[in-house]
Design a protein around this ligand. Structure first.
Ligand SMILES: Cc1ncc(COP(=O)(O)O)c(C=O)c1O
Length: 114
């Protein structure tokens, strides 16, 4: 995803936002592609309860934000992030969102009927 999206859509000065609680799989690819494309990787900080600082997230979002790539449920902390609000905020800035649902899928009841 990072190389495909990055090579097609990231340009110098564009910004990607991740959080401080990402799995390594959702950090390193963004570091590499931001480096390659001269884009800027920004990180939402967390507090000592392992929660995202939403005010800081709002400050990081800008018209330069092209993608927000965040974890839904933390594999280390168990934190469930307020992803609905986060996605709405990102979309208001015209940014796409990648949600890492690796832990959420087995732990949250899916709303769809198969
Ligand atoms: C939240 C989360 N994201 C990503 C991964 C990594 O998944 P993969 O090994 O498929 O890259 C894991 C693995 O446990 C995970 O817990």
């Amino acid at each position: 995803m990072a190389s495909c999206f990055g090579r097609n859509s990231l340009n110098k000065g564009d910004e990607v936002i991740i959080s401080a609680m990402e799995h390594h799989s959702n950090i390193v690819p963004w570091q590499m592609i931001c480096d390659e494309r001269e884009a800027v990787l920004k990180v939402i900080p967390i507090n000592n309860k392992g929660e995202l600082l939403m005010d800081e997230y709002k400050k990081l979002l800008s018209d330069k934000t092209k993608l927000v790539a965040v974890i839904h449920i933390s594999n280390t902390l168990g934190t469930i992030n307020p992803v609905k609000e986060m996605i709405d905020l990102a979309h208001q800035k015209g940014a796409l969102v990648l949600l890492d649902g690796a832990q959420a899928v087995p732990h949250i009841k899916l709303m769809c009927k198969l």
